[in-house]
Design a protein around this ligand. Structure first.
Ligand code: BMA
Length: 330
């Protein structure tokens, strides 16, 4: 069988075949959402969260909005990546000397393994929105590392391996609120501490109006023989507020600042009741993907309406073919 994804097999990836009659390259899990309102005693809503395979099962770092409204990160584990055991308490971050180093708020985590170490990137508070970075070796002790970039910034996404000998981080510089800054940049580092050589990757706009206000990188990019496959969210404005959809780009494998293809139309937009109704209506926001390199199956984890966690599926060859044939002119 053709192997397009460069990576490991994951035979127990959550999966459901495409429903008959569906023409779209991305389709929803029929039992969505997998986490609904008040999923654990200490959180009202769990969404925009990160999961990954770990020791034959799955682990996750979850964005959980507590009942005081504050966004916090919780650890969770699962045998099937569908039913999750989360919490009961937020992650207790420590500094590199083991002293408590709590976050004041933390949201939209991404989780990645690079050279055997696990890293969590999230939206942090450093006198305003900024990128937070932490690490763990066992999902028991979570150590905060220095904030990689200056505020204000969101949607930090690390690549799963070094490229040309450097760690790579995507981010979306902004100001402190829901801002008009909406473009994605890439930075590189020899050590995850010192970041530089910043480059522009992609901007809001294009022919697709769904991505006309801002765009932001989503889950950890998937390495494929065609380039890095990266899902991203795109925002448009209506008279009732923002609408968050998602699409995907293919980035050059050795020079990921170079976009090769980019979806002109969204892959998924809020349509289902759990996406159109909730704490913030009309939001689908992907933060994680699982994949099986043998079958090319991809499971996308996304937050729905800032309330629920939902799942969608794609097959890599069909998806890449679709992106190439339906690309924005770049
Ligand atoms: C963004 C982030 C996301 C959220 C989205 C829609 O700015 O804060 O966490 O899902 O807004 O509210």
């Amino acid at each position: 069988m053709k192997k397009t994804i460069v990576g490991n097999e994951l035979p127990h990836i959550p999966w459901e075949n495409k429903p008959s009659g569906c023409l779209d390259p991305v389709w929803r899990y029929s039992r969505n959402p997998i986490l609904g309102w008040n999923p654990i005693p200490k959180a009202a809503r769990i969404y925009n969260s990160a999961v990954m395979p770990y020791e034959g099962a799955f682990v996750g770092v979850f964005r959980a909005d507590q009942k005081n409204g504050r966004a916090t990160l919780f650890y969770g584990k699962s045998k099937d990546a569908l039913t999750w055991e989360i919490g009961p308490d937020p992650i207790l971050w420590v500094d590199e000397n083991g002293k408590p180093n709590p976050t004041s708020y933390a949201y939209d985590p991404r989780l990645v393994q690079i050279e055997g170490t696990y890293y969590i990137v999230w939206c942090d508070d450093m006198h305003g929105a900024s990128i937070g970075l932490g690490t763990t070796s066992d999902f028991k002790t979570f150590v905060r590392l220095p904030n990689p970039l200056m505020p204000f910034n969101r949607n930090g996404v690390l690549f799963p391996r070094k490229v040309n000998g450097k760690y790579l981080l995507l981010s979306r510089p902004s100001d402190s609120g829901h801002t008009p800054f909406g473009d994605v940049f890439i930075s590189e580092s020899p050590d995850l501490i010192h970041w530089g050589k910043h480059k522009f990757v992609m901007g809001k706009g294009g022919q697709g109006w769904w991505q006309g206000v801002k765009v932001g990188a989503g889950p950890i990019p998937i390495e494929t023989t065609e380039g890095w496959l990266l899902f991203y969210h795109g925002v448009s404005t209506t008279c009732n507020g923002f609408v968050y959809s998602y699409g995907a780009v293919i980035l050059d494998i050795d020079h990921p600042a170079r976009v090769l293809y980019r979806t002109r139309d969204y892959l998924l937009t809020p349509e289902k009741p759990y996406e159109t109704t909730g704490f913030v209506p009309n939001v689908v926001f992907p933060c994680a993907n699982l994949y099986d390199a043998v079958t090319g199956r991809i499971a996308i984890y996304y937050g729905a309406a800032d309330t629920c966690t939902a799942l969608a599926f794609a097959q890599v060859d069909e998806l890449i073919d679709y992106i190439k044939k339906n690309s924005e002119s770049l």
